[in-house]
Write a protein that binds this ligand. Structure first.
Ligand code: ZN
Length: 184
């Protein structure tokens, strides 16, 4: 099932998402629906709050970047209850976009290397290092579980310049190829 993408202006995007319990009903369906929704909207990552579910689940499929960047060719993941254990290195700039902020792209500074503890789709525990664009995608999605959006990480001036477009998004006044909604 494809959900509409919940956009900027929805309180669920500003909440800290809830831990997923091991007997969470319908978890596999929810994960499959998150992938369907992400593919339908041409995204490479999606966090559960973006479909209105305040749960600590992230899906990622960046394998389409594999042609230009071999490191990405197998980068498809489900991250349940991720914990950011470490972020390290000299911050670097990457131009980020977000399905919940349609048509907005901004340069964002983040550290290049992370250590993450998480569970996979079968709730098996893992602890791994990620770097470069892989780390970047995870950091962006992880922020969603903490109620943070990438526009919180740009300068106040840049954010001010976006204010008109942000207001339009809160009224769904944006021309975008996937279904969106504001969840009040
Ligand atoms: Zn996002």
């Amino acid at each position: 099932m494809v959900y509409p993408i919940v956009v900027y202006g929805s309180p669920v995007l500003r909440k800290k998402a809830r831990h997923v319990e091991k007997d969470h009903p319908g978890l596999q369906t929810l994960i499959a629906d998150m992938f369907d929704t992400m593919y339908k909207s041409d995204g490479m990552g999606l966090a559960a709050p973006q479909i209105g579910k305040s749960l600590r689940i992230i899906v990622i499929d960046a394998t389409s970047m594999g042609e230009d960047d071999p490191a990405m060719k197998d980068f498809k993941k489900v991250l349940v209850n991720p914990e950011m254990l470490e972020e390290e290195g000299e911050p670097w700039i990457f131009n980020e976009g977000c399905l919940s902020l349609p048509k907005i792209r901004e340069d964002v500074l983040r550290k290049p290397r992370i250590r993450l503890r998480y569970q996979d789709e079968n709730l098996q525990p893992h602890e791994d290092y990620f770097d470069g664009v892989q780390a970047r995608i995870i950091q962006h999605e992880y922020d969603h579980l903490e109620g943070i959006l990438f526009i919180d990480r740009i300068s106040p001036l840049r954010k001010k310049l976006l204010q008109g477009r942000l207001n339009d998004i809160t009224k769904c006044k944006v021309d975008v190829a996937y279904k969106i909604k504001v969840l009040k």
